[in-house]
Design a protein around this ligand. Structure first.
Ligand SMILES: O=C([O-])C(=O)C[C@H](O)[C@@H](O)C(=O)[O-]
Length: 304
């Protein structure tokens, strides 16, 4: 059982960078648990505020519920209480509830509620979906506003009133007016997490909007750079942030933007580049080609 009440988890997550590890796959695309654990063990020397297993970067959308359960259990056991572990809940309401309950049974400390797959939805339906998942678990829940599940300020206010264990809002949209409206209405009742692809890109401006931390996909393969960047953002050291954006993050986006889905594929490529491969991505994603990988290697070597 988690030692974190929803409130304690919310406070803890604000204290540092958030890790979203990739899920390692073998050549036949099965879950490679030993490699996954090895990666988590390597990352455990670096200080983060929370670890989100099988999130977007962890290709949670390509895993079966049984595989998600295995990944979450592996993370909980490998991390061994050093940082809170959050598990995903995805899909339709019944599936998301089953996953939230499985997360609690697996010893996770919180739930990241990702958008339902495929269908579009209105605000009333989204409020009922999020509320049903919150009611189904004692764990703290963070809702990921993105894709087909973008919440507006009125919905977020209703959600916090109805659901004491809704502790966080992860923004995957980057709409300045909407973030301002949400923070103006809800303030510090929620922990706000920047969750746009390659979240470093937006970290400094979003800090001004109440988004105090973010999910770092690049932490997977350049953890020291990612932590240094986070520290610069917290200090609001604009010179250093913009130097690092120019040196690494923006050229990285140039490679990432060559194909849809590369925001995840390039993270696995980054692990290959540093000699700690986590295997291929699963379809519907595709891996970087050899030229793109070579460019990524050269870019990483520049910051080493
Ligand atoms: O679920 C996820 O993996 C994400 O939310 C997004 C990434 O970690 C994103 O913030 C990034 O690419 O830095």
């Amino acid at each position: 059982m988690t030692p974190y009440s929803p409130d304690a988890l919310a406070s803890r997550l604000k204290t540092g960078l958030l890790s979203f590890p990739v899920t390692a796959f073998a050549a036949d695309l099965s879950f490679d648990e030993p490699r996954y654990r090895e990666h988590l063990s390597w990352l455990s020397q670096y200080d983060v505020a929370g670890l989100f297993a099988a999130g977007g970067t962890g290709e949670g959308f390509s895993l079966t519920p049984a595989e998600i359960d295995s990944v979450v259990k592996a993370a909980v056991s490998q991390v061994d209480g050093k940082v809170p572990v959050l598990a995903p809940a995805t899909g339709g309401t019944a599936t998301a509830i089953a996953q939230a309950q499985a997360a609690e049974a697996a010893g996770a400390d919180g739930v990241l509620l990702l958008p339902p797959y495929l269908t579009e939805a209105g605000q009333r339906g989204l409020v009922e979906h999020v509320s049903a998942v919150c009611r189904s678990t004692n764990l703290g829940v963070i809702v990921y506003s993105r894709a087909n599940a973008i919440l507006n300020d009125v919905s977020v206010l209703e959600l916090v009133d109805r659901n004491p264990n809704l502790i966080g809002f992860k923004d995957g949209v980057g709409n300045i007016e909407m973030m301002t409206r949400i923070y103006a209405k809800v303030g510090d009742r929620l922990t706000y997490i920047g969750g746009l692809p390659t979240a470093e890109t937006f970290a400094l401006p979003l800090l001004q909007l109440g988004v105090s931390t973010y999910s770092s996909a690049i932490f997977n393969f350049v953890p020291e750079f990612a932590l240094g960047f986070y520290a610069d953002v917290q200090k609001q050291d604009r010179d250093s942030v913009y130097r690092k954006l120019n040196d690494f993050v923006l050229p990285y986006l140039d490679i990432r933007d060559r194909q849809k889905g590369y925001a995840v594929s390039i993270v696995k490529a980054g692990l290959t580049a540093i000699g700690k491969p986590a295997g291929p991505v699963r379809p519907p994603l595709q891996d970087l080609d050899s030229d793109e990988l070579a460019q990524l290697v050269a870019l990483i070597n520049k910051i080493d």
